[in-house]
Structures are given as structure tokens and as C-alpha cells.
Design a protein around this ligand. Structure first.
Ligand code: ADP
Ligand code: MG
Length: 703
């Protein structure tokens, strides 16, 4: 039943309802929907939206009625406490009375001070507006109004501070209620948005969530949820509305992920057979014994590849956890089946390192390994391509150069993608399409993504974690400091005992996209403080070959300090690097810092990390988490809480998920929505839901 019929609003009876709003109860949204407006109607059809407003609204992404309905408040202001003036106490309140007196005058500084007296029969109260000269003209005198705002002491008395004034009606939007505050842009106010929404609400909306699911999880229906997001009767209602809409976003995502997974499962892959003895021999030949989780994930991968459907697995392990050897084992199994492996890496340096590692591990089995990068000579490249076609090469490691059309295979069985977040879905597809059957896919990442986020971002993948580190690794001693002199002294001490040091600097200027200027400047400063140090640098403009050569010189000990922008972030392995300095550390997320820190401490000697924020405050607390913790996943979780998913995982990824309300740090909600999706049979899905799920599938270009 409608609340209006039960209790009336603020003591008013139905007869007070003004013409425009007949039939709509803004408090509970019953008593008739607004049928004048189609959801696709242009926003310009609304009263008060002219071409200027329409242009501004477009900036907010609002062009239709549906867009307006989905433009949700950022927060609320609670003006629901309507008090008589004699009972008014300091705080956020609404009073209902008439403006009896009003005057404006200039202050000594030339600002306008407007004062008004509001009387409700029990007493009178002052309201003040500072420097809002237009207020005086807009205030209705001698007519019942709500005045809502903060009652506080100023100008020698208690007064309402710059309150909102609205004529009394059955449907107050700006006072005497919980008032929504919207994201706005210049020339658009929350008050306007409320006014426009008043013309379209309540709008009857199709509910994509099946009724059975709504009942099981006690969810508001769609119509009620959208209405309550904008004009809730209580904060509980607002919370329930938000929960319901966030649930919907995740529910649709998980249904889409289920579909994608199902499609992959229906593809045919070439199953591999597993020669246990050969692999056992290969593992026994390694210079170390595998950690428990390396063993376990290798085993899972082999099991996956024995099936007739493609493997689609993500191997997540902190920097230095030893993912490469797991990938090598997978490649060995595939090679034993006379099938080929393509191993994609984001940089030439990394590809070169992987090729070397794989060659070392696989050579005893007689497996041919080749390297394809932009640095290959034409003849060399032609030769590799030919031998790939003839199945004389079993494993090819490479950069984007692998994706080109002339690279073809005689039987591509496995695709390995290192640092998978650096590649787009199209790039991965291009590699996959080089196989006649669907290839098995192993993606690898060091991004220590929290579980709740992994479920949403990588939901269609099976995930293995390398939880334990190879033995003997010491944690990197980390310092957050703005004391440059102290850091230089520490570096000098390290250099004296033969240390190798990375210095990472952020880009100084937007225009310095390759970091040339930043790197040069940093190198000069370092040289001044450390005159004997041999300093070399890397920048983004260098050719891949040049970069690899520079890295090699550093690895070989021809230089003591390597200055670079974040190029060293990705997977580079210089085992005896002893320290890393990160300038402008506050610009990096904790996950990135943790990856950078992972460049050092790769052997058993003590290693150090110096984080130098540009300013000592602000970021300090966050950075200090780096001093306290060495666990990448824990740091990622903290970062997610502190900064939100968009900041950390990039707006692009976050945007592709298109989560407006669901917070990806809300593990409980994510799990609930996932369960609900898993429990929903296809037959329960209505046409509206199906369409949304399909759109989501096409939108999710993440992996
Ligand atoms: P990431 O997971 O960051 O890609 P890598 O595969 O580059 O790590 O391995 C980091 C280093 O650890 C390499 O030098 C590798 O040889 C070594 N390593 C890998 N597994 C083990 C192990 N089980 N025991 C000892 N060292 C290992
Ligand atoms: Mg790696």
C-alpha cells in the first residue's frame, strides 16, 4: 500500500497534491508510474532542459531518460528531521515556516551577506547566505517553505548556514527528506538533476533479475531500487537499493563469464599424452628442486592439457616465485607430443631471457627453442619461420613480432602468455588462431590480484597460485624516506661492497613520454653524489636490441647503477642486484611497487628498497605498508581498499567491467552474486537478462 494513503506526508492530505505530480508518490513510488516518458526519450524533452543544459549533461554521459535514471547520487544529505523552531538544536535540520523578513548588505570586503527570518509560529530563526546575491530574489516570501541546512553559530547568533529553500509540497525534493547529491559538472547542479528526475520518476523498469533470485536474496525490484537510489525514505532503503543494483551488475557479469567458459569448453583441443618418466627426468635435472606449489600447478596444467577441450588457466605467482620453470615443463610435455609452443612476452629483454631459460631446461630433451623479436635479421627470421612450418622448432619465444601473419606453425598446441595483462584480447586471439585446433592457453601474471577481484576479472579462467617462494629468499628491507642524502650514503656503502643498484624514476613531464629527460636528469644527479659510480640508463625510445644490450651490460657487471623509468618493472632477472631506489614513489600503486621491489633480492644475499615520495606526507601511510609487508597479495588487497580497482588495475580494465556501483573490494557481495549466477538455470533467464548478458560478453575484453 502507498505510504501516502497510510499516513499522508508531513501531515498533508491527498488534496494538497499539486497537479503536476498527481499519481506519483515520491516517498514510496506506488500509486502509478510515469508513463509519459519512454526510456529512450531524449533528455531535451524534459521541462527545463535547454540546449545549453543538454550539452552539459552530455558531459556527464546523460542524453536519454534512461541515462538520467542511471545517474546515481554520490552521497546523500539527511534533511529528513523536520523540527519546530522552538525545538531546533544545532545540526542538520529542516524547518517549515514562512520567510518574514529578508535583507542583503555588502560586507567590508565587498561580499554580499543575505539574511532572512523564518517563522513557523513556534518561533523565528535566522538564515544566512554568504555571497549568493541571487538568493534574495529567488526566495518566496509569505508562503510556506521548507528551509533545510546546518544550524550553527555565526554572526553572534544561531543561524541556518546557506540553507536550501523549497516551497512546501507533497513531494519535496530538496528538503524535509534524505536529499541525493549527484556527480555534477559546471553549469549543472544537484538541484536541477532532482527536478528533472522528478519528471521521470517513478519509471517502470523491466527487472532483469528473475523473481526467484530476488526472493532468495531478498532484493528490491528494479523499479523500486532505482527510485530509492534517488529519493530514499531512509538510509536503509538507500543501502538496500544500492546493494540490489550492485548485485545486478555482478550477477550479469558472472552469467556472462559462465557463458564464455562454456563456449571455451565446447571447443576442441588436441589432448596431449603425458610421458611421466621424461618429465621426471627433466625435473631431476633442474639445478633446484621445485617448490610444492610449482609441482602442484605443473600437475594441474598437465591434467588440463590431457583433455579434449582447451586449457584456459592463469598462473599467478609473485615476482620471483618461479613461473617460468612451470611454463617450461608445460612446453616440454607439449613438445613430447610433437606439438609446438608459442611463448609470448611483452618485451624483447624478457623474451630473450625466457628463451635462454627454456633452452637450458629443454635442451637435454632435444627440444629446439627459437627467439622471434623485432631485432631479428630478415634472413634469420625467414629461417625460423620456415623451420616452424616444418615442425623443426618446438618452442618459439617472442614479442609482438610473433603475432605477424607470416609466422605459422605446423601444429601449435600451447600458447603461453607471460605478464598477460600487458596484452589485449585481440593479440591473444591472433596467436590462438595460428592453431588448427583450439590451443591450450597458459596465462601468467605476477600481479598479485586479490581473490575477489580475480573472480570478476579472470572469472572465465582456472587459476593456479604459486603461494610459496623458492627457499632461501630473504625479504627485501624497505625504507620510506624523503632524506635524499641518507639514501645516497646508503648507496655509497652498497657500491663499496660491489652492489648493483636499480634507480627507477617517474616521468617528470607529460610530454616526456619516453622518459628520456627524467632518466638523464636522474642520472646526472646521481653522478654528482656518487662520482665514482658507473651509471647507465634505459629509456623508452631505445630500440629493443639497444635495451637488451644495456640490460646485459648491467647484468654482466659493466655498470653499477641502472637508471630507468618503469621498464624494469616487467620480469627482468638480474640475480645479484642488491638495491632498488624508487623516486616519486607515491605515484605508484603498492602492487607495482611490490613488483619493482621484486627486481632485487633474487638470490640469498640481503637486498634493499628505498621508496622516496616527492612529498613527505599524504602517501606516507600507504607507502609504509611496504615497509611492513612483503606479501604481494596482502599489499594488493590493501591497495584495493585504499585506492579502488580503477586506480590500480587501470581505468581501461575497470571500465571494461563497467561496474558503477559494485565495489570490487566487496568480497561478500561478489561471492553472493557469483553463487546466485551459478544457481540460475538457463530456463529462468528472461529476454531482458539474456540481452544484458550478451552485451556483457562482448564488452568483456579483458583477457
Ligand atoms: P617469476 O615468477 O617472477 O617469473 P622466475 O621464473 O623468473 O620468476 O624465477 C625467478 C628465479 O627463481 C629464477 O632465477 C629461477 O631460476 C629461480 N627459481 C625458480 N624456481 C626455483 C626453485 N624451486 N628453487 C630455487 N630457485 C628457483
Ligand atoms: Mg616472469
Amino acid at each position: 500500500m502507498c505510504c501516502r494513503r497510510v499516513s499522508g506526508i508531513s501531515g498533508k492530505s491527498d488534496s494538497d497534491v499539486t497537479g503536476e505530480e498527481v499519481g506519483n508518490c515520491s516517498r514510496c513510488w506506488q500509486g502509478g508510474y510515469n508513463r509519459r516518458m519512454e526510456l529512450t526519450t531524449s533528455i531535451t524533452a524534459l521541462k527545463g532542459v535547454g540546449s545549453a543544459s543538454a550539452t552539459r549533461l552530455k558531459k556527464l554521459g546523460i542524453t536519454t531518460v534512461a541515462d538520467l535514471l542511471h545517474h546515481f547520487p554520490r552521497r546523500y544529505e539527511d534533511y529528513s528531521r523536520v523540527v519546530s523552531i522552538q525545538d531546533a538544536r544545532p545540526g542538520t535540520i529542516t524547518v517549515k515556516g514562512e520567510i518574514t523578513r529578508m535583507q542583503s548588505h555588502k560586507t567590508r570586503r565587498g561580499k554580499t551577506l543575505t539574511k532572512a527570518l523564518i517563522d513557523d509560529g513556534t518561533g523565528a530563526i535566522q538564515a544566512v547566505w554568504f555571497n549568493q546575491p541571487y538568493v534574495e530574489r529567488s526566495l518566496p516570501k509569505r508562503t510556506p517553505v521548507y528551509v533545510a541546512g546546518e544550524l550553527a553559530f555565526s554572526y553572534n547568533q544561531y543561524a541556518l548556514q546557506s540553507p536550501t529553500v523549497e516551497r512546501v509540497s507533497a513531494f519535496p525534493r530538496n528538503a524535509a527528506r534524505i536529499v541525493p547529491i549527484y556527480p555534477v559538472t559546471e553549469g549543472i547542479t544537484s538541484k536541477q538533476i532532482r527536478y528533472w528526475l522528478g519528471q521521470v520518476l517513478p519509471a517502470k523498469l523491466d527487472d532483469p533479475i528473475p523473481e526467484s533470485v530476488r526472493e532468495t536474496y531478498d532484493l528490491m525490484d528494479k523499479t523500486g531500487a532505482v527510485a530509492n537510489m534517488h529519493f530514499p525514505r531512509s538510509m536503509e532503503d538507500a543501502d538496500r537499493a544500492r546493494y540490489r543494483l550492485a548485485f545486478e551488475e555482478l550477477y550479469i557479469l558472472f552469467l556472462a563469464l559462465r557463458d564464455i567458459k562454456c563456449e571455451v569448453d565446447n571447443q576442441e583441443a588436441t589432448p596431449v599424452t603425458f610421458d611421466r618418466e621424461a618429465i621426471r627426468a627433466l625435473v631431476a635435472d633442474l639445478p633446484f628442486s621445485l617448490t610444492g606449489s610449482q609441482r602442484k600447478s605443473a600437475w594441474r596444467i598437465i591434467q588440463d592439457m590431457q583433455r579434449e577441450h582447451p586449457m584456459n588457466r592463469l598462473l599467478q605467482g609473485d615476482v620471483g616465485s618461479g613461473k617460468t620453470v612451470v611454463a617450461a615443463i608445460a612446453a616440454a610435455v607439449v613438445a613430447n607430443n610433437r606439438l609446438q609452443t608459442a611463448f609470448l612476452a611483452p618485451t624483447a629483454i624478457l623474451a630473450g631471457q625466457h628463451e635462454q631459460t627454456l633452452r637450458d631446461i629443454l635442451a637435454p630433451l632435444g627440444v629446439e627453442v627459437a627467439l622471434v623479436t623485432g631485432a631479428n635479421r630478415r634472413k634469420e627470421r625467414g629461417d625460423i619461420i620456415q623451420r616452424l612450418r616444418a615442425n623443426q622448432i618446438s618452442v618459439v619465444v617472442g614479442t609482438h613480432a610473433l603475432l605477424e601473419d607470416d609466422v605459422t606453425f605446423s601444429g601449435l598446441g600451447l600458447v603461453i602468455i607471460d605478464e598477460q595483462h600487458r596484452f589485449g584480447v585481440d593479440q591473444r586471439k591472433r596467436l590462438q588462431e595460428k592453431a588448427s585446433n583450439a590451443p591450450h592457453v597458459l596465462s601468467m601474471t605476477a600481479t598479485p590480484i586479490p581473490r575477489s577481484l580475480a573472480l570478476t576479472v579472470y572469472g572465465e579462467l582456472d587459476i593456479s597460485f604459486l603461494a610459496d617462494m623458492p627457499p632461501g629468499r630473504k625479504s627485501v628491507k624497505t625504507f620510506v624516506t624523503t632524506n635524499a642524502d641518507w639514501v645516497y650514503r646508503q648507496l655509497q656503502t652498497l657500491l663499496d661492497s660491489g652492489g648493483k643498484i636499480y634507480v627507477v624514476c617517474p616521468l617528470i613531464e607529460e610530454s616526456d613520454t619516453h622518459g628520456i629527460k627524467s632518466v638523464q636528469q636522474e642520472a646526472r644527479t646521481l653522478q654528482q653524489y656518487l662520482p665514482e659510480a658507473r651509471i647507465i640508463s634505459l629509456n623508452g625510445r631505445m630500440k629493443p636490441g639497444e635495451k637488451a644490450e644495456t640490460m646485459q651490460r648491467f647484468a654482466d657487471g659493466e655498470a653499477d647503477i641502472l637508471v630507468a623509468t618503469t621498464v624494469v618493472e616487467v620480469g627482468v632477472d638480474v640475480a645479484d642486484a642488491t638495491a632498488i631506489v624508487v623516486e616519486g614513489a607515491e605515484r605508484f600503486g603498492l602492487a607495482t611497487l611490490h613488483q619493482l621491489r621484486g627486481r632485487v633480492g633474487r638470490n640469498t644475499s640481503r637486498a634493499f628498497c628505498y621508496l622516496k615520495p616527492t612529498d613527505g606526507f599524504g602517501a606516507r601511510q600507504r607507502l609504509q605498508l611496504m615497509e611492513q609487508h612483503n606479501d604481494g597479495r596482502l599489499l594488493a588487497e590493501k591497495d584495493l581498499e585504499l585506492r579502488g580497482a580503477g586506480e590500480i588495475y587501470g581505468e581501461r580494465q575497470h571500465g571494461a567491467l563497467d561496474m558503477r556501483l559494485a565495489r570490487l573490494s566487496d568480497a561478500a557481495l561478489i561471492n553472493t552474486a557469483r553463487q546466485a549466477a551459478a544457481d540460475t538455470p538457463e530456463s529462468d533467464m528472461g529476454p531482458v537478462l539474456k540481452e544484458l548478458v550478451n552485451n556483457k560478453k562482448n564488452q568483456k575484453h579483458l583477457n
